[in-house]
Write a protein that binds this ligand. Structure first.
Ligand SMILES: Nc1ncnc2c1ncn2[C@@H]1O[C@H](COP(=O)(O)OP(=O)(O)OP(=O)(O)O)[C@@H](O)[C@H]1O
Length: 744
């Protein structure tokens, strides 16, 4: 782990970014629409001395018709509704004229009070009406026809809206944007102010979209000292969490102290003391010089323990194979199968059926799918039950296609139910009922998911882990497949011979070249592997646009929207994800009168866009890396409907952060997916990311055509850089220790 990978918290406010906001003052005339769940509002504002009304949109919880408001935000141009003002922050002043007060009280603001009661109140108390409600509400009884019960009812409604307003006011005065304030209010209700004051860092755990930096800024505003124990503990957990997002399961004590001290701008000794506090509270676990978040420690130890249990049990649901006549089985396989397996492949089949836990690894075209099919055939012929799974929906679909048997995501296999508090219904108490379980694309499985998987496997069931260990490791923490192989305690079949290869096809040959540290060949004979040499990032990006929108379709007959995927090493720069997406969107899906658009932050979603979900959402069954097409935008919700392989999924305003444009995606996000054509910009500008397994992963995503655009130098740098980023994991050591103690 290199030091300094966690960005320092700077003093710039992430809450109130330094944008040139405009301020509008006026009276809120009408609320046209308000989404009860999210608080998203469309309203009309009248400005003093000006004719007509303007449309204002944003999270306007706590704002009511008739109020004088100061709105801070930006003008935007809506393709259908024209010019409108997007509110980021607001302040409210109560109305001051008789008419204003009457309209205000009668606007529906107070539950159960309409325009006639409002008129009664204003007739009786005049300009003092609001003061009466606030300070001497017993005077409501003076109103004709208002008894004790009715007065209490009016008062309760008044208090309720006052509370919302007070909370929204408090949060905004702490620098929280209106939309975040809305989220906080929705999460905590009337307790919001209390919680934010007592421990703003609590928001990190409870509210999606609030991270350490936002919580820390709120804490500064509310006066929490920078050296408070609360802040340091939150900082330590945040540092560990950031490291786990980079793939690490633990941090060394010294590194964690240094990282956190730098992050918080405090003395390391202060951080040391709070490490002990977190250990005492059982939020951290210490293992020698390593410090783990508790959940990761449990996951890693449990995976090792469960694998030892599964491998070491005397129970064997495939015992027939242990005593089988393997020369007869090999002969039968040769006779009945159209493909004659090589000896190394036969050994892999035999190993899977004889060993309770085993691993099959190999590069593209080495026969992993073929072997998997053979294993399944033999198991089914022996009337055994087989379950197949893969970490992502798309990988599972591919496994189904290559084996002809149903394959599920690991989450579905384990009957994951997010509604029931993220529970896996298949677990140690209720294990999967199968004789044989095969999991494909193991390189993508992180330590947390592996823990749930092995927990749910009963003794005697065989587990076969299949994957390509040279691919990029999982996005989540751990390096499970690699660690299991390195431990040397589990049987491994390494497949080395490439079978899938036509004479003019270079994709697989080059993938293996790259994996072995050799430069890919750009031969004239090649029909599927090309380089457009260009050193300059801007010109390389121009090439990418031209290739995707014109050349590849023209010369090879592929469809730009359906078949071609741009994969790039970085997010930033001319040839990074962000800029390429903007340019490709403009070229492949330009604005048009009939296409509705929705602006979200710096991005514009437009009907017809290619988009990608970037988090697992088990409720709605859309997963990190799923790519779909934006079919419809409904501006009133506002909601987006995205078509994922024929299934429509709706996104409301609060879910839009889960969606990115996907004309160009990062290579990391492409793991486990395949595309007919991939176009890969690769430049010295991407220096930080130029690693062998990154290029290898990118190239192996293509089924029919690979086009590299960039510099030979960058390709050579990637190929030569075998420094697979080190991940802090101890699964290898745990496995070795457990297995050696079992055999002693
Ligand atoms: N022993 C063999 N003899 C002849 N052809 C083989 C042999 N093994 C595999 N093949 C063929 O090689 C091709 C690649 O095999 P397979 O799809 O099983 O590899 P893979 O490792 O799963 O590849 P990938 O990871 O790219 O999907 C297939 O067309 C398969 O039929």
């Amino acid at each position: 782990m290199s030091s300094g990978i966690i960005p320092k918290v700077n003093n710039e406010s992430a809450l109130q970014p330094n944008l040139p906001y405009e301020t509008l003052a006026g009276i809120l005339e009408r609320i046209t629409f308000q989404n009860d769940e999210t608080g998203y509002t469309i309203a009309r504002l009248r400005q003093p001395g000006q004719n007509g009304e303007i449309t204002v949109v944003g999270n306007l919880l706590g704002m009511n018709v008739g109020e004088s408001v100061n709105l801070h935000g930006l003008w935007t141009l809506h393709p259908q509704y024209g010019r409108q003002f997007e509110v980021r922050y607001f302040t409210i002043e109560a109305p001051t004229t008789l008419d204003g007060i009457r309209r205000y009280l009668g606007s529906g603001l107070i539950r159960g009070v309409g325009s006639s009661t409002a008129a009664l109140i204003v007739n009786a108390f005049g300009l003092e009406s609001l003061k009466v409600l606030d300070e001497t509400p017993e005077r409501l009884r003076e109103l004709p026809g208002v008894g004790k019960k009715r007065a209490a009812q009016i008062l309760a409604g008044w208090e309720e809206q006052r509370q919302i307003k007070a909370i929204m006011f408090f949060l905004q005065s702490q620098g929280v944007s209106a939309s975040l304030a809305g989220k906080i209010y929705k999460a905590y209700g009337d307790a919001a102010i209390g919680i934010v004051r007592a421990n703003p860092y609590q928001l990190m755990t409870d509210i999606y979209g609030i991270g350490f930096k936002t919580a820390d800024q709120i804490a500064r505003q509310t006066g929490v000292p920078t050296n408070s124990a609360q802040r340091i503990r939150a900082g330590l957990l945040y540092a560990l969490d950031t490291l786990s997002n980079a793939g690490h399961c633990f941090a060394l004590r010294e590194q964690l102290t240094a990282e956190t001290a730098r992050l918080l701008d405090l003395e390391p000794a202060l951080c040391q003391a709070q490490i002990q506090a977190l250990l005492d509270r059982d939020e951290l676990v210490q293992d020698g010089d390593a410090l783990y978040l508790k959940s990761l420690y449990q996951a890693e130890s449990r995976v090792a323990w469960q694998l030892a249990r599964l491998a070491g049990t005397p129970a064997d649901r495939l015992s027939n194979f242990a005593s089988a006549d393997w020369s007869a089985i090999d002969a039968a396989m040769d006779e009945y199968s159209s493909i004659h397996l090589s000896q190394e492949q036969k050994n892999a089949v035999r190993m899977a059926l004889m060993q309770k836990v085993s691993i099959i690894t190999g590069g593209p075209g080495t026969g992993k799918s073929t072997i998997t099919r053979n294993i399944i055939e033999l198991a089914l012929a022996a009337r055994l039950s087989v379950l197949l799974a893969a970490p992502t929906g798309r990988a599972a679909k591919r496994l189904s296609e290559t084996t002809g048997l149903e394959a599920r995501t690991i989450h579905r296999l384990l009957e994951y139910t997010p509604a029931a508090g993220n529970q896996f219904s298949r677990n140690a108490q209720n294990p999967l009922d199968a004789d044989l379980i095969i999991v494909d694309e193991m390189s993508m499985v992180d330590i947390a998911l592996m823990r749930h998987l092995v927990d749910a496997i009963g003794e005697g069931t065989h587990l076969v882990l299949v994957g390509d260990v040279d691919q990029l490791p999982s996005v989540g923490p751990g390096n499970v497949l690699r660690d299991c192989i390195h431990s040397g305690v589990l049987p491994v079949s390494r497949l080395t011979t490439i079978y899938r290869q036509a004479d003019d096809s270079y994709i697989i040959v080059n993938a293996h070249h790259i994996n072995q540290g050799e430069a890919p060949e750009f031969s004239k004979k090649s029909s599927d592997f090309f380089l457009f040499a260009e050193e300059d990032p801007k010109k390389a990006a121009d090439w990418v646009i031209d290739l995707v929108s014109e050349r590849i379709a023209k010369n090879f007959g592929f469809d730009a929207n359906r078949d071609i995927q741009v994969l790039t090493p970085m997010h930033r720069g001319e040839a990074g994800v962000t800029e390429l997406n903007q340019r490709l969107q403009a070229t492949l899906n330009p604005p048009a009168a009939r296409k509705i658009e929705l602006k979200h932050g710096a991005r514009v979603f437009r009907e017809g866009d290619r988009v990608m979900q970037i988090h697992n959402d088990y409720d709605r069954q859309v997963f990190n890396g799923d790519i779909g097409q934006l079919q419809k935008i409904d501006l009133v919700g506002p909601t987006l409907s995205v078509n994922f392989d024929g299934r429509l999924v709706d996104y409301d305003q609060t879910q839009l952060d889960d969606l990115l444009h996907a004309y160009a995606i990062s290579i990391h996000k492409a793991q486990g997916s395949e595309f007919p054509v991939v176009v890969i910009p690769i430049l010295m500008q991407h220096y930080m990311m130029l690693q062998r397994n990154l290029l290898y992963t990118a190239v192996t995503r293509a089924r029919k055509l690979v086009v590299l655009v960039g510099s030979r130098n960058a390709i050579a740098t990637a190929v030569n850089n075998q420094r697979v980023r080190q991940r802090n994991t101890r699964l290898t050591e745990r496995l070795t220790a457990l297995f050696s103690s079992a055999t002693r």
